[in-house]
Design a protein around this ligand. Structure first.
Ligand code: TPP
Ligand code: MG
Length: 578
């Protein structure tokens, strides 16, 4: 039976693609399959006719596709698309969708649904055994805990509405990924052309603090002796950062970045007091938790009973985390930038005790200096071993203030934050979630978002393997998105070992040196990138050779070729558990 489609006419897939262009998507990170013929046709027709549609980027692995869309949005603020194959492609998104969801990154995800007719009843009907095996009860259920919105296209007649609705949901705070599905029959349906009505589907405007709340916070801050501000992702809106600086300078409030996802406060500023909130939380009389999910961990530190905690966040009670609690006097659902502007305006009219503020500023600046001096002491080379501190200090020599750093170095993340202090907004990112393997795809997304930027991805060795480096580096060469990767290679999963030692400090695992986390006989990790994408690949073991290799790698990147430097640190164990 010849059930091939007529090539003339306008299909739901044409409308879908057109809508994606209308909503401003530049790239579709695609992993295509038997669900997508009409979408591929739509792209090909548009190419032939010179009609502008989002550019399709081939992604050999879906998790890389989604991480790339996340990276793109983190750097540029712009939502991108991911197109994947039925239930199997959806499952391959894996932890990347956890990261996008937890980091509140808008991404439009489309997956085909397997055809819902078997006997040629409709164009697009099943024509392969895979169409049977990919028929599951609840494909959208796979992602339901990780997306803000999901829907299935039932008819091509309203496909544009579904795209607009998806984007409105994705981009309204708290932002996040959305998931649209559609079966082949629906995508091949011939439909009337629909007008562009995207401008009617506006996202929610940013919200501000209520007047009473504003006054309460201002009074508490004016009276405070030991205030502290804790933040993790305020820098997602870069313009909030100078407002935070203004507020903190006005009142001498120290800032602690707790597991930062962005540059939230210049890290060389005298009021930046590092990355460990515990001592501040214990001493504070007023805490402002502003754009953070977990300002402190209650088993590590607790505020005093009479400490006033104000939580200001686009989602202050963490509606997507079933068990969560921070004791607060008030929670406000408000945007950080708007709130900071309000606080600064209100303080301009307030009576500030200048003497008290100046004295506090002086003490905090001293504390900042002491903290940095103590950190600097760790940068010395010890014997012939490369320490993470030395590696990071060497990296500091090859980056400039505008270089974009992606940090997925896990147990070395604090080292990177301390020894490669970023002061410009938009120059430091982490995944914002906990699923390893974000950095490679995200680096490609960031480079595509702004090809003028130099992008440097720092990763643990385990995390590098999670990132599907063959897929990443094939894409890097194909789409001219060169970046530098530096692997903090301690030959294993140090985080897993450290966590075990915290729970069982004298356990049998410790006594017998058996942890099942050791990757010694390490793979030649950089060569994976060389094989897949022609990357410049180097292993470094000598601390004194490191500066030159990093410099050479950076030169390669600036000349348009990705580079991977596999830096061998001290092995985390000598155990023999294999
Ligand atoms: C997808 C995923 N799988 C497993 C884990 C659990 N996990 C957390 S840290 C870690 C080890 C990471 O190793 P590496 O990147 O080498 O960093 P290191 O701990 O050695 O600093 C693992 C396996 C996770 N967070 N995400
Ligand atoms: Mg490791």
């Amino acid at each position: 039976m010849n059930d091939a489609c007529k090539i003339d006419g306008y299909t739901s897939a044409d409308a879908l693609m057109e809508a994606l262009e209308e909503v401003g998507i530049s790239y579709l990170f695609c992993n295509l399959g038997s669900d997508h013929p009409s979408m591929i046709e739509a792209l090909a027709k548009a190419k032939q006719e010179g009609k502008k549609l989002p550019k399709a980027i081939i992604c050999p692995h879906e998790s890389v596709a989604l991480s790339a869309a996340q990276g793109y949005a983190m750097l540029s603020g712009e939502t991108q698309g991911v197109v994947i194959h039925t239930d199997v492609g959806t499952q391959n998104l894996g932890g990347a969708v956890h990261n996008a969801f937890r980091a509140r990154i808008p991404v439009f995800i489309f997956a085909g649904e397997t055809p819902f007719t078997m006997g040629g009843e409709l164009p697009g009907s099943r024509n392969s055994h895979v169409n049977y095996l990919q028929n599951v009860y609840d494909q959208r259920g796979i992602l339901r805990s990780y997306v803000k919105w999901e829907a299935d296209i039932r008819t091509g007649k309203n496909v544009k509405q579904l795209v607009y609705r998806a984007m409105q949901m994705a981009q309204s705070d708290p932002a996040g990924p959305v998931y649209l599905t559609g079966a082949r029959e629906v995508l091949e349906e011939h439909v009337e052309k629909l007008p562009d009505s995207w401008r009617e589907w506006t996202a929610i405007e940013q919200s501000s603090l209520p007047k009473r709340g504003l006054n309460e916070i201002v009074s508490a801050l004016l009276e405070a002796e030991h205030p502290v501000l804790i933040t993790s992702y305020l820098g997602r809106r870069t313009k909030a950062v100078p407002e935070l600086v203004e507020l903190c300078e006005k009142l001498a409030i120290p800032v602690v970045e707790q597991i930062p996802t962005y540059v939230n406060f210049p890290r060389d500023h005298p009021l930046h007091l590092g990355y460990d909130p515990n001592s501040f939380v214990q001493k504070a009389d007023v805490i402002i938790a502003l754009d953070t999910d977990v300002p402190w961990v209650v088993t590590q530190a607790q505020p005093k009973d009479d400490c006033k905690v104000f939580f200001i966040d686009i989602d202050p009670i963490k509606e997507e985390i079933p068990l969560w609690h921070i004791p607060t006097v008030k929670n406000y659902r408000a945007d950080a930038f708007e709130s900071l502007c309000q606080l600064n305006e209100a303080l301009a009219q307030s009576d500030i005790n200048k003497e008290q503020v100046q004295e506090r500023y002086r003490l905090l600046a001293e504390q900042h200096d002491e903290q940095r001096k103590a950190w600097d002491l760790n940068e010395q080379v010890k014997g012939d071993i490369i320490t993470p501190e030395w590696l990071t200090a060497c990296l500091r020599q090859v980056v400039d203030e505008g270089t974009v750093i992606l940090d997925e170095t896990i147990t070395n993340t604090m080292t990177v934050s301390k020894h490669l202090p970023r002061s410009k907004t938009g120059t430091y990112f982490t995944s914002g979630g906990t699923s390893l393997g974000w950095n490679g795809g995200a680096a490609i997304g960031m480079k595509l978002a702004d090809p003028t930027k130099t992008v440097v991805s720092l990763t643990g060795d385990g995390t590098y393997l999670f990132s599907v480096p063959a897929s990443v580096h094939w894409m890097s060469r194909r789409y001219q998105a060169p970046f530098l990767t530096v692997i903090y290679n301690n030959e294993g999963w140090n985080a897993t070992k450290m966590n075990l030692l915290k729970r069982y400090p004298d356990g049998v695992a410790k006594q017998t040196d058996s942890y099942w986390v050791n990757f010694d006989q390490s793979a030649d990790l950089a060569k994976i990138a060389e094989a897949a994408g022609g990357a410049y690949a180097q292993i470094v073991t000598d601390p004194w050779e490191l500066p030159e290799v990093l410099q050479q790698a950076m030169t390669e990147v600036k000349n348009g070729r990705s580079a991977v430097v596999d830096v061998r640190l001290a092995n985390i164990s000598n155990q023999k558990d294999y």
